[in-house]
Design a protein around this ligand. Structure first.
Ligand SMILES: [Zn+2]
Length: 101
């Protein structure tokens, strides 16, 4: 089951939103950030299936780029059928990996 919201971080200097992480803002290098959240539904911008994935992943490895609210884009793995560009999906998070269904 997907989370009710996805946790994000917002840089207090440039207001960029990004996935929670330790360290500075990936856009401006600012060190101060605040927690935010976003609804976990979005649209698929791109989808692909890798037959020879990186070590640690099994083929076929399905990946989608999903845009959720406020233009936040998340790279997600797909464990079922590969959605098409434009499809609405729900994003969840398992540790450091985002998944879409
Ligand atoms: Zn920043």
């Amino acid at each position: 089951m997907a989370d009710a919201v996805l946790e994000m971080q917002r840089c207090e200097s440039c207001r960029a939103e990004f996935t929670p992480r330790a360290g500075p803002c990936p856009r401006c290098g600012g060190l101060l950030s605040e927690r935010t959240s976003v609804e976990p539904t979005g649209r698929v911008l791109a989808a692909t299936q890798l037959e020879v994935p990186a070590p640690g992943w099994t083929a076929p490895h399905r990946i989608v780029l999903v845009e959720v609210a406020r233009g936040i884009r998340l790279l997600c793995v797909v464990r079922g059928a590969l959605p098409a560009t434009g499809d609405e999906v729900t994003v969840g998070r398992d540790g450091a990996v985002y998944s879409a269904v």
